[in-house]
Write a protein that binds this ligand. Structure first.
Ligand SMILES: Cc1ncc(COP(=O)(O)O)c(C=O)c1O
Length: 390
């Protein structure tokens, strides 16, 4: 046995020193830099996942998420996982095999929701407009009349293309047809006006790492009473234990029962999310929305002054948090991205999915949405484009 008392695989040399890397300004579509207050909260000592103090942190997160979503929904919590986890939690609780699900697809995230819904057995129907465009209410009404879905998915902030989907009237359409409305606000929440209850939205989720300014890993989500009634009436069990909203609602203290262990919440990430939501509440949504729009307008003007084109022509359809800039002919988009990072430690991103290779994406989110950062990114981008002409 003695030979087993010594490890055989030696630790890699790189592991034998503390983690270090340079500071980077994250001006892509997320994550964005965290405010120091959020990072400090994250470094607080651990609590147990059912300690009274931690339950109080969870209660703060619920209150903060209700404020950010503008909802009174009892079942409002944060799933342990990134935005994808929240998307999966929404879909797996609502969708049963064979359900018709309508996905409004104008970029990468509609495509991703369609993929997920299909994996959960949905009969997926899509309504499509090109990236850079948004749906009219008439588009959505016609598709709903044609497909009679039991769930409709819309992405509020399509970060692959920089569009912001108007949501007025979609909730009413859904209610009239006994259809639930699911909205992705990962890239938009806090950066543009959004009112879950007033818009008649049944399930909505977001991510921590964009406007909220916390690290990725915990994602607010909210279910309306109509959505919870749909869950209660399911003919089949929710296929995911981890994302079962009835189990999660108990752990989060959203039901009448005593809180039970469901999983060990990512404690430190929850502190950070709590702090990000607290900062949003202190700033107020109205001021935060205005700050994002002011910075975005400055960026849009600056981009046009550089002789560049914005993918989204209609200013009303532009997402203030993520701007898509068309890559001009004769410029190597990837070299520009690399130049910004290697020479200035500034991140801008290329496109995603259908916009890959066609646009750069510049994010203005949360702590990073400042006029100073807009000026910096414009200067860096201009220099990089000049340096990277083919
Ligand atoms: C609109 C939208 N939805 C969903 C996601 C997925 O979030 P995550 O990468 O945190 O899983 C993103 C990520 O950028 C997004 O922009």
């Amino acid at each position: 046995m003695a030979q087993y008392l010594r490890s055989v695989v030696r630790p890699a040399e790189r592991l034998l020193k503390p983690l270090q890397f340079p500071h980077k300004l994250l001006m892509g579509p997320g994550p964005s830099n965290c405010p120091p207050r959020v990072l400090a909260a994250q470094a607080l000592p651990l609590l147990g996942h059912l300690h009274a103090e931690f339950c109080s942190v969870m209660d703060d997160v619920k209150a903060g998420a209700r404020y950010a979503f503008q909802t009174a929904n009892a079942v409002t919590l944060a799933v342990s996982g990134t935005g994808h986890a929240a998307m999966e939690a929404a879909i797996c609780n609502i969708v049963e095999p064979g359900d018709v699900v309508l996905i409004a697809k104008n970029g990468h995230w509609g495509a991703r929701a369609a993929d997920m819904a299909a994996r959960h057995g949905a009969d997926v129907r899509t309504i499509v407009v090109p990236p850079g465009e948004v749906f009219t209410l008439a588009n959505i009404a016609a598709a709903m009349a044609e497909h009679a879905p039991s769930l409709t998915f819309v992405c509020h902030g399509e970060s692959s293309a920089g569009t912001m989907q108007p949501l007025e009237g979609v909730g009413e359409l859904c209610r009239a047809r006994d259809c639930l409305l699911l909205v992705d606000t990962v890239a938009s929440l806090g950066g543009a006006p959004f009112f879950a209850d007033a818009l008649g939205i049944d399930v909505v989720y977001t991510g921590a790492q964009k406007v909220i300014g916390a690290p990725p890993g915990v994602s607010p989500i909210s279910f309306s009473e109509r959505a919870m009634a749909r869950v209660a009436a399911r003919a089949t069990r929710v296929r995911s234990y981890y994302f079962d909203v009835v189990e999660l609602a108990n752990y989060w203290g959203c039901d009448a029962g005593p809180r039970r262990y469901h999983h060990t919440a990512p404690i430190s990430s929850m502190y950070a999310l709590r702090e990000g939501l607290s900062m949003l509440a202190e700033e107020t949504l109205e001021v935060c929305w205005e700050r994002h729009l002011r910075c975005a307008r400055l960026l849009w003007r600056g981009i046009e002054d550089l002789g560049l084109k914005l993918l989204v022509e209609n200013e009303d359809a532009r997402l203030p948090t993520v701007t898509a800039v068309v890559v001009p002919d004769g410029v190597a988009w990837k070299r520009v991205v690399e130049h910004c990072m290697s020479k200035h430690a500034v991140e801008i991103s290329g496109g995603l999915g259908p916009t890959a290779g066609k646009v750069w994406r510049i994010g203005l989110m949360g702590y990073n949405a400042t006029e100073e950062n807009v000026r910096r990114v414009l200067k860096v981008l201009q220099e990089a484009i000049t340096a990277c002409k083919m």
